[in-house]
Design a protein around this ligand. Sequence first.
Ligand SMILES: [Cu+2]
Length: 242
Amino acid sequence: MNGWWFPPAISREAIGFDVQFIRTFVAAIIIFVAAQCALVAIVWRYRRSRRTVSPGLIPASSRLEYVWTTATACLFLGLLFLGSHVWASVQFTPAPADSEVIEVLGKQFAWNFRYPGPDGRFGRIDIRRIDDAGGNPFGLDERDPFAKDDITSASLRVPLGRPVKLILTSRDVIHSFFVRELRIKQDLVPGMRIPVHFQADLPGTYEVPCSELCGLGHFKMGTTVTVMPVAEYESWKRGQAH
Ligand SMILES: [Cu+2]
């Protein structure tokens, strides 16, 4: 299917979004085909007719008006109800308590990710310590014991089959975190810490482009997310700890 259809959906929420898309798509196709058929039928029926159709000759049918207004309302409200269910499961539900928490920093024009390290706590950061060339994009304060073991990385790694909570922040302008396979697209807004959660159930490496025009280098602001088995993920983290 791939090539002309969506890339594979790798989380339950992503599958939920696809199901909702297909539902809406099928409803739109049925209505489109029915409307076109009705149009053709009317054109055919009144072809080269000498009868002039004045509004007075067609009796208004309030019953018909009621039927199609109600049908349209039911269809729209039904789709809205089903769709908001999926949407709310991502937006309004807090991430599970055992989620792997990872901070995502967007900046012109790169991505950085921060893991709390073995102590499970994010250390103190200080904007005066931000030093990209020195490998400290977050401004980690090394004097803070909780900051010492924090892991930073230029690409994202997440454990397979476990809930992940990302906290999105931006250092300069608005960026947007987009993973097609997760069906997630969320802006990073300076001054805000925006949470997003998911659970990836298919291992692999997926592209993360910035999806908000953020300046001249926007086109090259990309990285990857790798969904890896838990054991492999844990050993990667151990290898990164310092
Ligand atoms: Cu950007």
